[in-house]
Design a protein around this ligand. Structure first.
Ligand code: KG4
Ligand code: ZN
Length: 332
């Protein structure tokens, strides 16, 4: 069995996966949303202190599996330094006490492998990573080959959802709140311009849309629930139109190369986005796959799933070499 630890931001999570069958035997996650909500975003120092309480608690619940653990995998990049350190310190201590090797997992690859929790990976495919930190379209041609073909010029999609929520006086993280408010809003009430619609550039960009939202809010005399619903619906529609437009541009020049697209990362939990992407892919004869909602946001199961690929390929990290890195891309 593989024990895996995730602590790159504000979720403390540990999973235990059976290496051969890929079966998830144990998975627990403690989120810190409520604690950070008061401050309108993640406070790294507070996150670190909360991990120190949560991780040992979760670990204790998994102790019956310790005798069968063959390796310990941990997120070492990218993320907040002070929170990555908590998971890595725990992983190193476990590696010494259980006398098993360490595996360093890139959080972004973990998100991509959330598509394969309890199932075998199949290649090639395209994946759209849309989270709080990233917005990228990636070609995945084999188990460890990730080619970023579209990235963002400025903000990530998740961050934009969170900023819009903040502007509307909603709590953090705002993505799921915006999605549910949008259900009863008029998505054409505000005609925000679709970013890069009049340029041929194939890239993501959300800062202009965020500014349009800010301007629209400043013109309202009162921010009541109706305004919140309509802004949420209009923002979500335009952000999604932008995603779909850029994907379509990419797919037009890369026809029939990939049979399916997987969406991963916190924002991939959004059902409106899933539906619009499904419509687009159908016209290209492609299928959409998405993880179970519980595996979209940060979790230990996805770290374990990519950890198993590294284990099977005998890619281990030594106690001395396993370092944290706050920034990384898919080549790390
Ligand atoms: O993947 P994740 O948990 O953390 C990072 O690695 O960044 O993603 C968190 C992001 C937040 O910005 C959150 O607002 C967004 O995912 N999110 C959503 C939804 N659920 C979470 N955004 C839109 N719709 C949702 N339903
Ligand atoms: Zn993440």
């Amino acid at each position: 069995m593989l024990l895996s630890i995730e602590s790159s931001c504000d979720d403390s999570s540990i999973a235990i996966t059976e290496i051969e069958s890929l079966k998830l035997l144990f998975h627990k996650k403690i989120s810190q949303n409520e604690e950070h909500s008061k401050y309108g975003g993640v406070v790294p120092e507070l996150a670190s202190r909360l991990h120190i309480e949560a991780l040992p608690n979760i670990l204790q619940n998994s102790s019956s599996f310790f005798k069968n653990i063959k390796a310990v995998a941990v997120t070492n990049t990218p993320g907040l330094s002070v929170t990555l350190l908590e998971g890595v310190a725990m992983a190193k201590a476990l590696s010494i006490s259980l006398n098993v090797p360490l595996i360093a997992v890139n959080h972004l690859k973990g998100h991509i492998y959330s598509l394969f929790i309890e199932t075998k990976a199949r290649f090639p495919f395209l994946t759209l990573l849309i989270s709080g930190g990233h917005s990228q379209l990636i070609e995945v041609n084999n188990w460890n080959s990730f080619n970023v073909v579209i990235s963002t010029l400025d903000d990530s999609l998740g961050e934009s959802f969170d900023k819009v929520a903040k502007m509307l006086g909603l709590s953090y993280p705002g993505g799921a709140i915006i999605e549910s408010l949008a259900l009863n809003g008029d998505s054409y009430k505000y005609d925000f311009p679709v970013p890069l619609a009049y340029s041929s550039q194939i890239a993501f960009s959300f800062s202009g849309l965020k500014n349009s939202v800010r301007l629209a809010i400043s013109k309202e005399t009162v921010i009541d629930d109706e305004v919140r619903r309509n802004i949420s619906a209009s923002f979500q529609r335009v952000a999604t139109e932008h995603l779909v437009m850029q994907l379509k541009r990419y797919l037009k020049t890369n026809k029939n190369r990939y049979p399916w697209l997987g969406i991963v990362g916190g924002v991939s939990a959004n059902l409106y986005i899933r539906a619009k992407l499904t419509d687009l892919l159908t016209s290209f004869n492609m299928e959409l796959f998405a993880p179970d909602i519980q595996y979209c946001s940060d979790n230990g199961a996805m770290i374990g799933r990519f950890g198993i690929e590294l284990f099977n390929n005998k890619i281990f990290a030594s106690l001395e070499d396993l370092k944290i890195m706050s920034r990384a891309n898919l080549t790390n």
